[in-house]
Write a protein that binds this ligand. Structure first.
Ligand code: ZN
Length: 288
């Protein structure tokens, strides 16, 4: 099943994208895609509900804005340097254990919302990533059980301001957390629809030119390892998101480096997870 949320920002309603691409408004189901939904087998309940009631649900117009397919999660945990070639282009070694960092959850926006370049930003960069949505409370989960804790997957662009991230002291979080730096979607695809999450093509284009093209088979640390590993350091709650890292081809790695400017169009996608696009624009006083 493909879960969407649609409508005005911060007032989104839940929906489902059907196999033929049409979108159903499932407001009548009575629950949004938040922690309790995932914690109480919401996906199973919704599937059953749609089978029984889908024909009476209103359709969502194609032009309607999509929001992030998960209500604001408690955490957005990211994995750094998880593709060998990307570590090399960043001038860093492949880490011996996963590198973890946080992104502020206020950075989350809809898949096709504008990217707001932060005030004074000169080095805003792109990162196509496969993100994992957690389905149940996860603490000290052994590797063999880790996939039982995955609800599904979502496309993520881990926008990064490289000056803030690397030249402003301390943790990467400063360069990762600006508003609009985490477009998620178009939909959350449930785990049962993705046969092998480690065999997915991922790509990103800037103004029509391919910048990133890779496959999740190149992940250094695979999804079960990441879920289990992270759960040794913190409890993951239902709806929390783990972004698994970006492949080779970010602006930082180019010679000379190339960063986003107002008007640029970034498009990205992953097999089975759909595609998204963001137009970069300059920060205006009342944007956020
Ligand atoms: Zn990243």
């Amino acid at each position: 099943m493909k879960l969407i949320r649609f409508g005005i920002a911060d007032k989104e309603k839940p929906g489902v994208e059907q196999p033929d691409g049409t979108r159903l408004d499932v407001t009548a189901f009575g629950q949004d895609y938040e922690e309790t939904f995932f914690a109480t087998d919401g996906i199973g309940r919704l599937q059953k509900w749609v089978a029984e009631n889908g024909s009476t649900c209103p359709l969502v117009d194609k032009e309607t804005r999509l929001g992030p397919p998960v209500c604001r999660p408690s955490k957005l945990v990211c994995v750094g340097l998880n593709y060998a070639q990307h570590a090399a282009e960043s001038g860093m070694e492949i880490p011996e254990e996963p590198v973890l960092f946080f992104k502020a959850t206020t950075a989350i926006v809809g898949p096709n919302d504008d990217l707001i370049l932060p005030k004074g930003s000169k080095k805003t960069d792109w990162e196509v990533e496969l993100a994992v949505v957690i389905g149940k409370r996860t603490s000290y989960v052994p590797l063999k059980d880790a996939m039982d804790h995955v609800a599904g997957y979502v496309l993520h662009n881990d926008y990064s301001e490289r000056e803030y991230q690397l030249e402003r002291e301390g943790q990467w979080v400063k360069g990762k957390s600006c508003d609009t730096f985490a477009p998620l979607g178009p939909f959350l695809v449930t785990q049962d629809e993705i046969k092998d999450p480690h065999q997915l093509d991922l790509w990103l284009k800037l103004n029509g030119e391919t910048m990133q093209r890779s496959n999740t088979s190149d992940l250094v640390f695979k999804i079960p390892e990441l879920v289990s590993y992270i759960s040794e350091f913190m409890t993951l709650l239902p709806g929390d998101i783990i972004s698994t890292g970006t492949p080779f081809g970010v602006g930082l790695g180019l010679d000379p480096p190339r960063y986003l400017k107002a008007g640029d169009l970034v498009e990205l996608g992953i097999t089975g997870l759909g595609s998204s696009k963001q137009r970069a624009k300059t920060y205006q006083k009342n944007d956020y």
